[in-house]
Design a protein around this ligand. Structure first.
Ligand SMILES: [Zn+2]
Length: 348
C-alpha cells in the first residue's frame, strides 16, 4: 500500500472524486483487497491531477505510459542477476494481469512475490506452479478475521511461500490475538511482508477504522525476536520513521525493509539522506546478517508495489539511491534479488 499524508488525501477526496474508479472491496470490512489499478498508479494519477488542478492546465508532469511493456521497463533491462520483487500485488480485476506480469518478468529477469487475497488463492497458486521461477505465491489475510489462522494453513497447503502484505490491522501488529498467525509462519519458516508507516485513506465520507500507528515498524521487532524463523520484511521502511526501521533492522538479523511507496520520490533530491539511516557499513555495530555483507544497505530488499508497466521506474529509483549513497556492488545485488533469491531457492 502506497503512502501518503492524510491532509493531502483529504484534499484529494474533495477534488478528485470522479477522477478514478478506484474500488477496493477488501478495505470495506471484508477480507479481500482487489484493486482495479495499483495503489501506486492511483497516487501517481492523483499527483498528476493535482498538478493540473493547481495550474489550471497541463504541466510538465509526464503522462503515464499505457503499455504494459513501458519505456521505464525498456530502460531497465535485465542486468544478468535475477531481480526479486517482494511487493507485487495481484490485481484480480485485470484479467490480463498475469500475462502482463509474465511479460515484464521476462523482460527484467524478475521474480515477483505475488501478494494474493484469499479469494484468489487458487488462480495464483496455479500460475506459480506453471511459472515457479517467476511467481512466488504469498497470501494476504485479514489478520482480524476470526478464521485468519485457518486461511494461513490453507495457503500453506496450496504451496504458498509467505504472507503479505499484512495491513489495515485493528490492533498493533504485536497484539496477542495475532500470535496464531505468527506461530504458523514461524513453523513454515515463511517470509512475512508487513505494511509499515503512513497508510492511504480509502474512504473520505464514512468512518474508517484504519490507523498508521498500529503498523509502525517498531512493532516488527517483537515479532522478529519471538519468531526467529520468520523473515520479517517491512514495506515502505516505516515511512516516515526511517530511523526506527533501520535501527530495528540493524539489531535483528531476520528484519529487512523495502523502499516502495513515496519515499524514493519524496527524497528524490536528497537520496544520500538514506545513508544517514543505514549508517553502520564496515563497522562492528551491526548484527549478523544472513549474507554476511558489511554494508548496512544489505538490510534493504527490492519492492515495487507497482503495476508491471511501472516496475522499471521503481528499479531506476533504487539505482539512483544506490549511486547517491555509494552502495557497493555486492550489496546492490543482494538488495535487488540476491538475498531473497537465495532464501526462496531461485536460480540466478
Ligand atoms: Zn503497504
Amino acid at each position: 500500500m502506497a503512502n501518503t499524508s492524510s491532509p493531502f488525501v483529504h484534499w484529494l477526496g474533495k477534488v478528485l472524486p470522479s477522477l478514478l474508479s478506484y474500488t477496493q472491496s477488501g478495505i470495506q470490512g471484508s477480507t479481500q483487497l482487489n484493486s482495479t489499478i495499483s495503489r501506486r498508479t492511483f497516487l501517481d494519477a492523483a499527483v498528476k491531477a493535482a498538478a493540473i488542478s493547481a495550474t489550471g492546465g497541463l504541466t510538465s508532469v509526464p503522462a503515464a505510459s499505457a503499455s504494459p511493456l513501458s519505456e521505464a521497463n525498456a530502460a531497465a533491462p535485465a542486468a544478468g542477476s535475477r531481480i526479486v520483487d517482494i511487493h507485487t500485488h495481484f490485481q484480480a480485476k485485470n484479467p490480463a494481469y498475469i500475462d502482463e506480469f509474465l511479460r515484464m518478468s521476462d523482460q527484467l529477469n524478475l521474480t515477483g512475490c505475488m501478494l494474493t487475497p484469499f479469494e484468489h488463492r487458487k488462480v495464483v497458486a496455479d500460475a506459480a506452479k506453471k511459472h515457479p521461477h517467476q511467481i512466488i505465491p504469498f497470501g494476504y489475510v485479514d489478520m482480524d478475521a476470526p478464521d485468519a489462522a485457518r486461511q494461513v494453513e490453507e495457503f500453506h497447503g496450496l504451496g504458498y511461500r509467505g504472507l503479505g502484505e499484512l495491513e489495515f490491522v485493528k490492533k498493533p501488529y504485536s497484539d496477542a490475538s495475532y500470535l496464531p498467525i505468527y506461530e504458523l509462519a514461524n513453523r513454515y519458516s515463511w517470509i512475512v511482508l508487513f505494511h509499515t508507516g503512513i497508510v492511504v485513506r480509502e474512504k473520505f465520507q464514512e468512518p474508517e477504522d484504519v490507523a498508521s500507528y498500529r503498523m509502525g515498524a517498531i512493532y516488527l521487532e517483537e515479532i522478529a525476536r519471538n519468531f526467529p524463523k520468520i523473515t520479517v520484511i517491512g514495506a515502505h521502511c516505516g515511512n516516515p520513521e526511517y530511523e526506527w526501521a533501520a535501527e530495528i533492522a540493524r539489531w535483528n538479523p531476520n528484519v529487512f525493509f523495502d523502499l516502495s511507496g513515496s519515499t524514493l520520490k519524496k527524497l528524490g533530491g536528497r537520496l544520500s539522506d538514506i545513508a544517514k539511516y543505514f549508517w553502520w557499513s564496515d563497522t562492528d555495530e551491526g548484527t549478523d546478517n544472513p549474507s554476511q555483507n558489511s554494508s548496512a544497505f544489505s538490510k534493504l530488499v527490492f519492492g515495487s508495489d507497482s503495476s508491471p508497466k511501472d516496475v522499471g521506474r521503481v528499479l531506476a529509483q533504487y539505482r539512483a539511491m544506490f549511486d547517491a549513497c555509494d552502495v557497493p556492488e555486492s550489496a546492490r545485488k543482494l538488495i535487488l534479488g540476491g538475498m531473497l533469491a537465495k532464501s526462496l531457492g531461485l536460480p540466478d
